[in-house]
Write a protein that binds this ligand. Sequence first.
Ligand SMILES: Nc1ncnc2c1ncn2[C@@H]1O[C@H](COP(=O)(O)O)[C@@H](O)[C@H]1OP(=O)(O)O
Ligand SMILES: [Mg+2]
Ligand SMILES: [Mg+2]
Ligand SMILES: [Mg+2]
Length: 351
Amino acid sequence: MATSTHPYAKELEIATLAVKRASILTKKLSDSIVTLQQSGTLTKDDKSPVTVGDFASQAIVNHAIKLNFPNDEIVGEEDSQDLQDSPLTSQILDLINQVQQETSEYDDKIGKLSNLKEITTSIDFGDSQGGSTGRFWALDPIDGTKGFLRGDQFAVCLALIENGKVVLGVIGCPNLPQIIHSNDKHEGIVGGLYSAVKGVGSYYSALFTKGFTPLDQQQKISMKSTSNPSELKVVEGVEKGHSSHSTQAQIKQILGITTPAINLDSQVKYCVLASGQSDIYLRLPVSDTYREKIWDHAAGNILIYESGGQVGDIEGNPLNFGTGRTLQSKGVIAGNKQVFDSVIKAVQQVL
Ligand SMILES: Nc1ncnc2c1ncn2[C@@H]1O[C@H](COP(=O)(O)O)[C@@H](O)[C@H]1OP(=O)(O)O
Ligand SMILES: [Mg+2]
Ligand SMILES: [Mg+2]
Ligand SMILES: [Mg+2]
């Protein structure tokens, strides 16, 4: 399908502008965390920067969607209930005002928020329950809370879902360098925008540039096709509470992978995978009862498929985004098509 005439052209442009605006805002907060950490003035349990970012980012993105697609529902992570009586409201309003001014040329397309009432209304557009029919958006305004609070990786993740399948995904990665060699070696522009449209492909462009760049002027990305264990690279989370690093170590051993894994928070893992900088994403469950949220995987899911990869649960079955706000399956495994089946086999062997 042509890159400029695909059926989701308007959706992609609006999603991109909204994610870019939200990314500028969250990057400011992330930079301020780093500064506070360096000066030793951020206490460990102060979660206020992420709270401000969560609400502001969801308000901006939801507002953009509702303005352009008033009939679309949104499955958003945050709920304005937690904002009531919060001392952070004036900070949220100030930050939104500031970023709207800096990107005022987007107002024609994605509007602007003027007061607290509009902000809370917009956040609560995110209350959809999702489901297997019709179309809705899934939004994680800041994915990778733990990474964000460490000054590491996080992402603004937006996806469009139709009849349980993801058809469009846009991920803003404010702290992600273009090229990741290993946990302590990287290079290139910091801040990446990763987009995918069903039947069109997956694309990379720099995040902190102005406006919407048509896909044919972005860099098309694809997964590698290697299955040679000595060349395979695994990407996995940082937090041991989110995925089982010990089970993942066993799987890597069975597959004969010796290259150290790349550890990254949030859906930036899918971006690194889709751009061929790693081959396998392992997210083995730590608990029998935890079910992943759809906004934690929807945008990354289409990015992998459109770059030639495959995604499944621990059984190897595709993830079903039509089961409400949570997935019903356990774990997430993604890989290039050449290795996917052998990874699932290894997973089955270990579990
Ligand atoms: N027990 C859990 N198992 C798996 N994922 C979890 C668990 N608890 C929270 N998460 C979610 O995992 C995502 C990030 O994972 P990672 O960065 O390690 O890949 C976050 O969205 C986080 O939710 P939250 O947004 O509430 O922090
Ligand atoms: Mg998340
Ligand atoms: Mg989140
Ligand atoms: Mg959260």
